[in-house]
Design a protein around this ligand. Structure first.
Ligand code: PLP
Length: 379
C-alpha cells in the first residue's frame, strides 16, 4: 500500500461490535476479565488501550517500522529512549539539537552518569572522532531547528555501526511523509506527534518506532513502567488528523517553496535557510533522503537587529507569533528571544542564529494571502 492509503487505513478496522468506520474512543481505564487472565488482550489502560493500539500501528506503518509506541509528549518519547542506557554509556548528538532534548540530556540524564558529546553532524569526520567503544547511541535530528541544516542519515548510521552503536532520528521536522529513517538504516525513529503528524495544533504527543523486536520490547517496558501514555481522546484526534497528512504535507511544501523564493528575492532580506535551494550546503543530501523540502524555513534581515525582527513580527496578520510548528495555520517565531533565548549570544551568532532571524512554519492557507502578509510586514 502507498502512503496516502496507509495514512487513512493502516491499523484501523471497522469496530467489530457496531461496524463504526472510525476507531472508537475507548474512554476506559480497565477491561473486564471472564476469569483471571481470560481477557481480549486488554487489561489496564496504561498498558494498552485499543484507540492507542490503532494509532501506534498507523504511525509505525507510515514510518515503515514494524513496531510503534505512543507517549504523552515528544519529550516523554525521548525520555523512554534515554532510559535504555546506563551510567558510563556515551551518546553522540548534533550540536543544534531541539532545546528540550538538549535540556533533558544535560540537566537530567548527565546526572545519572550518561555522557553526551555534541558535534556538528554535517562534518562526518567530527562524528567519526566523537564515537568510541563506549558510544551506545547516535542521536540525529534533520532538518535542524532553526537553521534547517541537513544531516546525512545513511552516513551517520555507517559511523554508528562501526562502533556497534544504535542510531535514533528525531524525524519531527520532516514528518513520515518526507523522510523514513528506518529505511535509511536507523534503529529508532522518534516524533513529536504534536507537530506535523497531528497537524492541527490541538494535541501534545510523542512516538517511538523501530523494527527491532528487542528495542520495541524495551520501549514498551518503559512505556508501561514509567507510564507517560497518551489518553484515548488525544489518540482519536491524531488518528483523525493523520488521514490528511499526505495532502497537508504537499501543500506545506508547495507554500514553503514559494515563500522561500519570494523572501530570497526580497531586497530587505539578507539570507533564507531552506534545504530546497540548490546552493543550500547539504541540498544533495536533502534531495537523496527527503521526498520534498518541507514547510519550515528561516530568514534574516539586512537590518540584522532584534528591533527590526520585532517590528516585522508585530505587523503580521495571517501568520501568528507562536512557538511550535507543523499545524495547518502559519506560525512565525523569533528564535533568539523565544526557543533559543538560553543560548549565549556569541554561541548563537556563531551558529548563524542572528538577532533578526525569523523562523516560519508555513501553513496550508492560500499562499497569496501568506505572501501578502509578509509583503506588508517586511514593508
Ligand atoms: C516539539 C519538538 C520536540 C518535543 O516534543 P513535545 O511534543 O513538545 O514534547 C522534540 N523534537 C523536536 C524536533 C520538536 O520540534
Amino acid at each position: 500500500m502507498k502512503f496516502g492509503t496507509k495514512a487513512i487505513h493502516a491499523g484501523q478496522e471497522p469496530d467489530p461490535s457496531t461496524g463504526a468506520i472510525m476507531t472508537p474512543i475507548y474512554q476506559t481505564s480497565t477491561f473486564v476479565q471472564a476469569s483471571p487472565g481470560d481477557h481480549k488482550g486488554y487489561e489496564y489502560a496504561r498498558t494498552q488501550n485499543p484507540t492507542r493500539t490503532a494509532l501506534e500501528a498507523n504511525i509505525a506503518a507510515l514510518e515503515g517500522a514494524k513496531f510503534g509506541r505512543c507517549f504523552s509528549s515528544g519529550m516523554g518519547a525521548t525520555d523512554a529512549i534515554l532510559k535504555l542506557f546506563e551510567p558510563g554509556d556515551e551518546i553522540v548528538s548534533t550540536n543544534d539539537l531541539y532545546g528540550g532534548t538538549y535540556r533533558m540530556f544535560t540537566k537530567i540524564y548527565a546526572k545519572y552518569g550518561i555522557k553526551f558529546r555534541f558535534v556538528d553532524m554535517k562534518d562526518l569526520d567530527a562524528v567519526k572522532s566523537a564515537v568510541n567503544e563506549n558510544t551506545k547511541l547516535v542521536w540525529v535530528e534533520t532538518p535542524t531547528n532553526p537553521m534547517m541544516s541537513i544531516v546525512d542519515i545513511e552516513a551517520i548510521v555507517d559511523i554508528a555501526k562501526s562502533v556497534n552503536a544504535k542510531t535514533v532520528v528525531d524525524n519531527t521536522f520532516a514528518s513520515p511523509y518526507l523522510q523514513n529513517p528506518i529505511a535509511l538504516g536507523a534503529d529508532i525513529v522518534m516524533h513529536s506527534v504534536t507537530k506535523y503528524i497531528s497537524g492541527h495544533s490541538d494535541v501534545v504527543m510523542g512516538f517511538v518506532g523501530t523494527s527491532d523486536p528487542t528495542i520495541d520490547e524495551q520501549i514498551g517496558f518503559m512505556q508501561n513502567s514509567a507510564g507517560a501514555v497518551p489518553g484515548p481522546q488525544d489518540c482519536f484526534l491524531v488518528l483523525r488528523g493523520i488521514k490528511t497528512l499526505h495532502v497537508r504535507m504537499d501543500r506545506h511544501c508547495d507554500n514553503g517553496e514559494k515563500i522561500a523564493h519570494y523572501l530570497r528575492d526580497h531586497d530587505k532580506v539578507k539570507n533564507v535557510f531552506w534545504p530546497g535551494f540548490s546552493d543550500h550546503p547539504n541540498h544533495d543530501v536533502a534531495k537523496k533522503q527527503m521526498k520534498k523540502f518541507g514547510g519550515m524555513l528561516s530568514f534574516a534581515l539586512k537590518d540584522d537587529s532584534q528591533d527590526a525582527a520585532f517590528r516585522l513580527l508585530e505587523k503580521l496578520r495571517v501568520f501568528s507569533l507562536a512557538e511550535s510548528l507543523g499545524g495547518v495555520e502559519s506560525l512565525a517565531g523569533h528564535p533568539a528571544s523565544m526557543t533559543h533565548a538560553s543560548i549565549p549570544r556569541e554561541q548563537r551568532l556563531e551558529a548563524g542564529l542572528t538577532d533578526s532571524l525569523i523562523r516560519l512554519s508555513v501553513g496550508i492557507e492560500d499562499v497569496d494571502d501568506l505572501l501578502r502578509d509578509l509583503e506588508e510586514a517586511i514593508g
